[in-house]
Design a protein around this ligand. Structure first.
Ligand code: PMP
Length: 387
């Protein structure tokens, strides 16, 4: 069979992937993985909210009231009062007119891009944007031009040259998922204004993490409510599941009417929506989680670079320890595993070839001793290597 040959090739290239089984997860940054108690340094649960009792209780209560499944798409039987409350709350949180919830962040990107742009339009997309943006661009049938990562000069040149379109839209991750760096949003907004383009930001890794109130990249740069289209996920710092698009009333209304991932998929269950709703309140009322996260990110960045590792990130809870080839990243991941640290290797095609890495992520609920342990382990691995 053709796929068996393809699988062999994947294995030969050192890129074969297997599932890891999580048997339990605690709110203190520990998890049982494949029968071993591990310190979890790979989760997107940045604020530790996925295990917060308040979210769990909200979810249980809503499940008791509405049942486990939502029973239909939002436009048929799946739209509960909890979905509506969450959308209102998200619009308030993002300071936009409206917001709409989709089943995943992936679907939110597909929904936004396939609905808001079409074949006479141009998308300018950062080369490091997430796969769901790339897929959304492909499905939209708009022409897509990739600009160099976070490179405003390249973006401007591309805006100057490519003018013969009905509409042009610049799309960027707010925080880049594999490097943890922040998009130069003020510059992008400025260029969009000057060249009459729209801006769309994917705030999957910034929602709840950046900005004083956790409002994301726009808040971080003082641009709250000034981005044409903001999307994000409820599955990372928010600690639940789902995605959202926030923007003007007409934009949200149009997505509701036209976006195929919204129209043709069963709604999220009320339980998961209720946990997201509770999380948004906590995100705004407990800024100390963000303060702690930032301090921990900076500390880890400084310690690991001074040990001689090549690290990117530092301003966000995502740090990438760049290893190079897939085997080197796999080696480091296995070493970390020996010391009880769960941080898998990230390899192509998720990241460009030659940049295989360990993606280390922090949680506001990580304890001091866990941070000390991670730093000690990286030191030991480095020392053993150069002995
Ligand atoms: N955008 C970015 C930047 C992401 O990293 C992800 C998830 N890894 C998504 C979108 C998709 O979100 P979800 O997991 O909720 O589908």
């Amino acid at each position: 069979m053709i796929w068996e040959k393809e699988l062999e090739k994947i294995k030969e290239g050192g890129l074969y992937r297997q599932l890891q089984t999580v048997e339990a997860m605690s709110d203190q940054g520990y998890a049982m993985v494949n029968g071993h108690k591990m310190m979890m340094f790979a989760s997107n649960n940045y604020l530790g909210l996925a295990n917060d009792q308040r979210l769990i209780e909200a979810s249980v209560q809503a499940t008791q009231r509405f049942g486990t499944g939502s029973t239909g798409s939002r436009l048929t039987t799946g739209n509960t009062i909890v979905h509506e409350k969450l959308e209102k709350r998200l619009a308030e949180f993002k300071q936009t007119d409206s917001a709409i919830v989709l089943n995943t962040g992936y679907m939110a990107n597909i929904a936004a891009l396939t609905t808001l742009v079409g074949k006479d339009d141009l998308i300018l997309s950062d080369e490091m944007n997430h796969a769901s943006i790339i897929d959304g661009c492909r499905l939209s049938r708009a022409e897509t031009i990739i600009y160099r990562h976070a490179d405003l000069l390249d973006l401007e040149m591309k805006l100057q040259i490519n003018t013969r379109y009905r509409k042009r839209i610049i799309v960027t991750d707010g925080v880049f998922s594999m490097d943890g760096d922040i998009a130069p949003l003020p510059g992008i907004v400025e260029l969009a204004k000057r060249y009459d383009a729209l801006v769309m930001v994917d705030d999957a890794h910034a929602t709840g993490v950046l900005g004083k109130d956790g409002g994301g990249t726009s808040e971080h740069f003082g641009l709250k409510g000034k981005i044409d289209i903001e999307m994000g996920t409820l599955s990372k710092a928010v600690g639940a599941e789902g995605g959202y698009i926030a923007g003007s009333r007409s934009l949200v209304d149009y997505v509701l009417n036209r976006a195929r991932p919204f129209v043709f998929s069963t709604a999220l269950s009320a339980g998961v929506v209720a946990s997201a709703l509770t999380a948004v309140d906590i995100i705004q009322s407990e800024p100390e989680r963000r303060v702690r996260l930032r301090a921990m990110g900076q500390r880890l960045y400084n310690e690991l670079t001074s040990l001689g590792y090549t690290v990117s990130g530092g301003e966000t809870p995502i740090l990438a320890i760049i290893c190079g080839e897939p085997e080197q990243a796999m080696f480091l991941s296995k070493e970390l595993h020996k010391y009880g640290i769960y941080a898998p290797a990230i390899r192509p095609p998720t990241v460009p070839s030659g940049t295989s890495r360990i993606r280390l992520t922090l949680m506001a609920t990580h304890q001091e001793e866990q941070m000390n342990h991670v730093i000690d382990v990286f030191r030991t691995i480095r020392t053993n290597r150069y002995k």
